[in-house]
Structure formats: structure tokens, C-alpha cells
Write a protein that binds this ligand. Structure first.
Ligand SMILES: Nc1nc2c(ncn2[C@@H]2O[C@H](COP(=O)(O)OP(=O)(O)OP(=O)(O)O)[C@@H](O)[C@H]2O)c(=O)[nH]1
Ligand SMILES: [Mg+2]
Length: 202
């Protein structure tokens, strides 16, 4: 089954996207399958408002493991199934917290495996720093890896921010015709385009 991994720096909106996209696809309850860095797994059920409240939020590194949900993608002639996996935010360099290092290593391993990569960046941060490269090597490297994968899209999140248009311009100049989809995870903007994109992969 196609596994779509949502990957990116901490706080860019990965978890908000996963919860709201699942709701957009018609889910009222989420069954989240946790794969912890120590190899153990567990499962928890949430309704959508409590998932939003408990799983996403301000502060870096809210998500500390791989968290998957199974989703149905309704389309032309029926339904296709895929897995949407949220991940621990990646940072440049070696993180001082050992647990976080392990969960980032887990994200990186999944990045090699996934057949669909939804690489998320924060348009506000892009404008603040001046682009992907000034943010650090990390995003640029994921985008470069994406250039070799058929299932790669850059999700430019927080498109609701006033500076978002400028951010999109910067991204387009920087990575050219790589697939860039503007979204607002918070306000569910651009979700139809993501759905159509994923539909072609599953
Ligand atoms: N303005 C705006 N804020 C957003 C959007 N998406 C997420 N946020 C906010 O960004 C913050 C981080 O959201 P999360 O979904 O927890 O981010 P994350 O990437 O999962 O963060 P980690 O798990 O720490 O790596 C929260 O305060 C969200 O409300 C968006 O589209 N627009
Ligand atoms: Mg998160």
C-alpha cells in the first residue's frame, strides 16, 4: 500500500495537516498507529477535535514518533487506500536530546522507504530567512532527494499568512519546476490539489 510520509522541520504544521486532511477525506475518528523509536508500537483512537488539540500545537517537537493513519481516497471509480504517516520534525546537525535523535533517525529511515513524500515547509519561515537554503541544508537536501523520486511534492504550508505569496515566489525561484503545492493546514486550503496528487500515486 502507498505510504505518504509527511516530513519537514519542527512546527511547520505536519500534524495539523494530517489531522485536517484525514477529516477532509471524510474521517470522523482517527485510529493512530504509533511506531516508537524503541521499536514498540501502540494504537490510540481520537475524535478529530481532540486529535487536533492533543497532537498538534506550538512548541518544537510535539511529535516524537511515526504516527500513521489508514485513509480511503474517494475518486472517479471507487476508493483507493493509503497510509498517511506523520513524523518527528527534522533539524540540522546532531540534536543534543538522545530520544529526539533516535526519532529523527526513524524519520530519515522512513524517508528512504516511503513511496510518497509530502515535504512540508512554513512559508512564514521561508520569507523570514529568505529561502530553503538559508533555512539550512536540510530542506534543500530533501528537495534534492525528491527530484529523483516520482512521488515527491513540496507542501508550502501556512499559505494563509499575509507574506505567503512572497514565500511562494522565493520557493519557485529556488527550486524551479519541482512540484510545489501551496496549502493551509489550519484552514484546509489546497487540500483538493493534494488529494488529486496522492490519487495518482496510490
Ligand atoms: N497560520 C497557520 N498556522 C498553522 C498552520 N498549520 C499549522 N499551524 C500552526 O503551527 C503550529 C505547529 O503545528 P503542528 O501541526 O504541531 O506542527 P508540526 O510540524 O507537527 O510540529 P512538530 O510535531 O513539533 O514537528 C501550531 O501552532 C499550528 O496551529 C497553517 O496552515 N497556518
Ligand atoms: Mg507534529
Amino acid at each position: 500500500m502507498t505510504n505518504c510520509l509527511v516530513v519537514g522541520r519542527p512546527n511547520v504544521g505536519k500534524t495539523m495537516f494530517c489531522v485536517n486532511f484525514a477529516e477532509f477525506l471524510g474521517l470522523h475518528r482517527l485510529e493512530v498507529y504509533y511506531q516508537l523509536p524503541d521499536g514498540t508500537t501502540r494504537q490510540r483512537k481520537y475524535d478529530i477535535p481532540s486529535a487536533r488539540h492533543e497532537l498538534s500545537g506550538l512548541g518544537l517537537h510535539k511529535t516524537r514518533s511515526l504516527q500513521s493513519i489508514q485513509l480511503d481516497l474517494p475518486g472517479g471509480k471507487g476508493v483507493r487506500k493509503f497510509t498517511l504517516t506523520d513524523s518527528t520534525g527534522l533539524t540540522d546537525g546532531i540534536h543534543p536530546d538522545r530520544d529526539l535523535r533516535e526519532s529523527m533517525a526513524q524519520t530519515l529511515a522512513e524517508l528512504q522507504q516511503a513511496n510518497c513524500i509530502l515535504h512540508m515547509v512554513d512559508l512564514g519561515e521561508i520569507v523570514k530567512t529568505g529561502g530553503l537554503k538559508p533555512l539550512g541544508e536540510l530542506d534543500f537536501q530533501i528537495a534534492e532527494l525528491g527530484a529523483y523520486k516520482s512521488g515527491y511534492a513540496l507542501l508550502a504550508n501556512k499559505s494563509d499568512l499575509p507574506e505567503a505569496k512572497k514565500g511562494m515566489q522565493i520557493l519557485r525561484e529556488e527550486i524551479g519546476d519541482l512540484r510545489i503545492l501551496p496549502v493551509s493546514a489550519l484552514y484546509r486550503k489546497g487540500f483538493r490539489e493534494v488529494k488529486e496528487y496522492v490519487w495518482r500515486l496510490v
